[in-house]
Design a protein around this ligand. Sequence first.
Ligand SMILES: *[C@@H]1O[C@H](CO)[C@@H](O)[C@H](O)[C@H]1NC(C)=O
Length: 270
Amino acid sequence: MAPARALALVSLLAVAWLLAVAAADDTATSTSSSSPAPAGWLKANATFYGGADASGTMGGACGYGNLYTQGYGTRTAALSTALFNDGASCGQCYKIACDRKRADPMFCKPGVTVTVTATNFCPPNYALPGDNGGWCNPPRPHFDMAQPAWEKIGVYRGGIIPVMYKRVPCVKRGGVRFAINGHDYFNLVLVTNVAAAGSIKSMDVKSSGSDNWIPMSRNWGANWHSLAYLTGQMLSFRVTDTDGQTLEFTNVVSKGWKFGQTFASKLQFK
Ligand SMILES: *[C@@H]1O[C@H](CO)[C@@H](O)[C@H](O)[C@H]1NC(C)=O
């Protein structure tokens, strides 16, 4: 083959590969080996937790509870202080790949990405140095991933791998869901199944008899509260995601609701 034609073929293959990286998830793609990290990708490290069935990832600092029934499954991660942002990152989605350039090739599954939702906080461990066990200590960006998600990109024996990551829009089935907890004068609402940004910046609540939106505060993770007496009243929520999109979930909570009930809307962020 003439050198020029061979070069053209190689370039074509390279382009096809790059396109595959952009489109694919949990599938074989190419991670660029040129430095620095490709545009839009940031550097971090990643470990795993929670066991082969991810049972140990249930609960978690975002408050999503049972991740299987809530639809998050085993594609989840706990974020270090630098990434968790006091819970403001809860629900965000990240595409992660082993950084072949920095990794021990024995422990890296190159050409694969996995997308996870932030469901937990990886706390600092100041008893251990950041480069030897204190992986989640500030200022380190670190993903402690559910083991099945991590094993998509890393080899179990490796334990920790350097990764590249970028935030991506979350893909969800169905609408946003609201679970009501707390008690009288302490209305605690867990917001789950948020698509696109995935994370909530602010929200208000309104009872059907009123014209006033009552601001809610982030209580912990994806739980928001107000101190108004709302028990049993038909409720609407006005929610702004961290990308600035606002949706009104009119009368999404029906009259006569009980603490512990979950209400699914038909509306979803785009
Ligand atoms: C990943 O871990 C290595 C080893 O501790 C460290 O040198 C590197 O700075 C870490 N990367 C990031 C982005 O924190």
